[in-house]
Design a protein around this ligand. Structure first.
Ligand code: GDP
Length: 421
């Protein structure tokens, strides 16, 4: 049997614009809910004298999860003929950012929900901007609660024009705008009869039309070392392959040292037995022909697809910490399995993520700011540009043991590279 394809999507939007209702609808209308879930929620609603809401379905799941039963709220799933969808549930902006930049959950497409009546809010703009910074190109804007504006074409296009003005300025071009009523199930699974003026597809049809990007297995090999175990006289280099494919006999280079050797033996934890070829997403242990005391943090690549090694680079960072992010102060960053201390040597631009206004004051980065900075690490580290390879192009920033922000690497200028001593 062929494995079913997965697609990870994230649903974002201003509070109360209808995210939970939309998700509840998608699960319900695709028959992806566990048996009895809907009856149960209906009963609870009735018992509490409330009208049934699709959004309650999610609350009910959360409740179940708290009691340690059945469903994992962070991995809501729905199924179509075409593939399985995983909805990355983001209770808030902060959690979403944390998940995305830490790589815990990586969305391939996003649905941005906007209330037709209330229109675009600061939060909608912020989400649009952040999705683009995270490199999520497939953005679908769902204009929800169309029932509250009499399903009118005018209001739909008014919002579309306004939002595009804002987003296009940032080089963001949403794939589609879709007028919906999550509450009434209009344009969720099939085309709505209430909006004959709309020729496009429903939310679900749009999702099914998404083409998955070229497999991460086909990208350059990136194998960050998690640990090295000693068994008898063998040293097993263990970790998770983040990109590419690795075979026995391959010539590899370990960065940042740049030493090269060949792969002698591969074992995959998943397969439990021996395999001679492994690829992205798998946790593996390998033995190398030469022993040069590899350690956690180093990254194994193929000779022909080298990674950048540098101690100075430019990045876009998002700051979520309580205290301002300061120039010339020591912080720690984690990139793949590397951990290194760094300073920000210059703050080049600060943007308020909601208004997108440039800040005049470049002295420090406040909570919820996005900034373009130049970073200098204490030792050289290895990385890629985020646009080339996400897993080795993003990092999280640790301030006092807390993940307080994150960043993506935008460029390494040649002039910067020369600073390595
Ligand atoms: P969230 O905070 O974005 O998850 O929003 P919810 O899904 O909880 O929805 C907020 C409120 O808007 C709830 O009372 C919903 O019933 C209501 N709502 C959601 N979608 C629609 C819609 O299409 N039409 C109308 N009239 N109300 C809606």
């Amino acid at each position: 049997t062929k494995e079913r394809e997965n697609l990870n999507i994230v649903v974002v939007g201003h509070v109360d614009h209808g995210k939970s209702t939309l998700i509840g609808r998608l699960l319900y209308d695709t028959n992806s809910l566990p048996q009895g879930a809907i009856e149960k929620v209906k009963k609870i609603s009735a018992d509490n004298g409330k009208e049934f809401e699709y959004a309650f379905l999610l609350d009910a799941f959360e409740e179940e999860q708290k009691q340690g039963i059945t469903i994992d709220i962070t991995m809501l799933q729905f199924f179509t003929k075409k593939r399985d969808y995983i909805i990355i549930d983001a209770p808030g902006h902060k959690e979403f950012l944390k998940n995305m930049i830490s790589g815990a959950a990586s969305a391939e497409a996003a649905i941005l929900v906007v209330d037709a009546k209330e229109g675009i809010q600061e939060q909608s703009k912020r989400h649009g901007y952040i999705l683009s910074l995270l490199g999520i190109k497939k953005i679908y804007v769902a204009i929800n609660k169309m029932d509250l504006v009499d399903y009118t074409e005018e209001r739909f296009y008014e919002i579309q024009t306004q939002f595009n003005e804002f987003l296009n300025n940032l080089n963001i071009y949403p794939e589609k705008y879709i007028p919906i009523s999550a509450f009434n199930g209009e344009n969720i699974v099939s085309s709505s009869k209430k909006m004959p003026w709309y020729n496009g597809n429903s939310i679900l049809e749009n999702m099914d039309n998404i083409e998955k990007e070229k497999g991460i297995e086909e990208k350059p090999l990136r194998f960050p070392i998690q640990d090295v175990y000693k068994f008898d006289n063998r040293r097993i280099v263990a970790g998770r392959i983040e990109a590419g494919t690795l075979k026995e006999g391959d010539e590899i280079v370990v960065y940042p040292s740049g030493k090269s050797t060949r792969v002698k033996y591969i074992e995959s934890w998943q397969e439990s037995d021996k395999t001679d070829k492994v690829s992205a997403g798998m946790s593996v242990g390998i033995t190398l022909e030469d022993e040069f005391y590899n350690k956690r943090g180093e990254i194994i690549c193929h000779k022909e697809d080298s990674i950048t090694v540098a101690n100075v680079f430019n990045a876009n960072v998002f700051w979520l910490g309580k205290n301002n992010l300061l120039k010339d102060k020591r912080y720690k960053l984690k990139l793949a399995t590397q951990e290194v201390e760094f300073d920000i040597i210059s703050i080049n631009k600060i943007i308020d993520a909601a208004t997108l206004e440039n800040s005049e004051d470049l002295s420090s980065i406040k909570k919820n700011d996005v900034a373009e900075v130049t970073i200098k690490t204490k030792q050289p580290i290895c990385f890629d540009k985020f646009s080339d390879l996400q897993a080795t192009g993003r990092f999280v920033i640790i301030d006092n043991y807390d993940i307080s922000g994150g960043g993506i690497i935008s460029e390494v200028e040649d002039s910067l590279k020369r600073e390595i001593k």
